[in-house]
Ligand binder design. Structure first.
Ligand SMILES: *Cc1c(COP(=O)(O)O)cnc(C)c1O
Length: 350
């Protein structure tokens, strides 16, 4: 017998490329094109380097309290982690421990099936319809739980709080995770529902709307019980997940909501303008309420456009997968970057 038979083998998630060249236009991983708040820069300048000698605060109190103030949620109903990937991964491990299948759409964040496989969680992927829409009734009485990204990725489609509540209401016996990574770009969060449904976990991130993808800060809201279960699992594997720099700089970001609002508005304006330009160039797409557009051209294939853009130093995301192979996911850059994308597309399509 070989030791390799006892290895937990997994097919890992493949993130978008982080190219090393500096003169490229990077529209492939949904980062924010604007810098973090000046308050984050100020906090970084006064961060005491000697604090590196000590272990950080296990509860990340300063960060949790800053989030509590912004969202008007008690600190014991907030969980923080190393990006929302860390929060979601731990939530899968902790909340989906039953024998029944966990349900999620076939076209959604492609980390969900990776975590399910990693933790040996049974799951079923429910096909979205031909317009990439999710149907709430497909998720009623899920045998092992539900995870829904709202807005969904990579489609960009937003559902209403009533739609999400309908799914939560029909799953009193299992946990429901709502991944709101893109909710700040025009959506309405289901955060208020955590007071009525103790099986609901609402997950958000500083990576997209707060320009802190590199800092790795994710957070979740839920009932006291659900948060306690997550913390018990967390402190059973790592007592110090968040470092001092993450805690201090993340907290600073939540103390500057004016800057956050301004950045979200700018990204939304660019998105609405980009919708018009891309339509004019022969693209169609679901009506995105995120910081990206999931667009398909009437004539050229997704692969062709992807490669032609890449040659010109413009990176977008493309999956060679059934149903979505003709689509490109284009992150909203600055208006200048988008104008360069449009110019390149005009050249490619000419
Ligand atoms: C980007 C993203 C995440 C994870 O982002 P983090 O950087 O780990 O916070 C989670 N869910 C969806 C749908 C995303 O697009």
């Amino acid at each position: 017998m070989s030791w390799e038979e006892h290895v937990r083998r997994v097919d890992p998630y493949i993130p978008g490329e982080q190219p090393k060249e500096s003169n490229i236009i990077k529209l492939n991983t949904n980062e924010c094109p604007y810098p973090p708040s000046p308050a984050v820069s100020a906090a970084q300048k006064v961060f005491p380097y000697e604090s590196g000698r000590l272990y950080p605060d296990t509860e990340a109190t300063e960060l949790t309290e800053a989030i509590a103030l912004v969202y008007h949620v008690p600190a014991d109903q907030i969980f923080v982690g190393v990006g929302s990937d860390d929060v979601l991964s731990l939530a899968f491990l902790t909340l989906f421990n039953g024998p029944g299948e966990v349900l999620f759409p076939d076209i959604t964040y492609s980390f969900y099936d990776v975590w399910a496989n990693l933790y040996r969680i049974p799951f079923r992927q429910i096909p979205v319809d031909e317009h990439f829409r999710i149907h709430a009734a497909d998720y009623y009485d899920a045998p092992g739980g539900v995870v829904i990204a709202n807005p969904n990725a990579p489609t960009g489609i937003l559902e209403s709080p009533a739609f999400i509540e309908d799914i939560v209401k029909h799953n009193p016996g299992t946990a429901v995770i709502v991944d709101e990574a893109y909710i700040d770009f025009g959506g309405e969060s289901v955060l208020p529902l955590i007071d009525r449904y103790d099986n609901l976990l609402v997950v958000q991130t500083c990576s997209k709307s707060r320009s802190l993808a590199g800092m790795r800060i994710g957070f979740a809201f839920g009932s006291k019980n659900i948060i306690r279960y997550l913390k018990d699992a967390r402190f059973s594997s790592n007592s110090y997940p968040m470092n001092g720099m993450q805690i201090a700089l993340g907290a600073a970001s939540f103390r500057d909501e004016a800057y956050f609002d301004e950045v979200c508005k700018k990204v939304i304006r660019t998105r609405e303008r980009s919708k018009e330009v891309l339509r004019g160039l022969g693209f169609s797409f679901p009506d995105s309420m995120t910081n990206f557009l999931f667009a398909k051209h009437e004539r050229l294939s997704g692969q062709e456009i992807y490669e032609a853009l890449r040659k010109r130093g413009i990176y977008v995301r493309h999956w060679q997968k059934p149903r979505i192979g003709d689509y490109l996911r284009i992150t909203m850059g600055t208006d200048e970057q988008m104008d360069m994308l449009f110019a390149a597309l005009r050249e490619i399509l000419a």
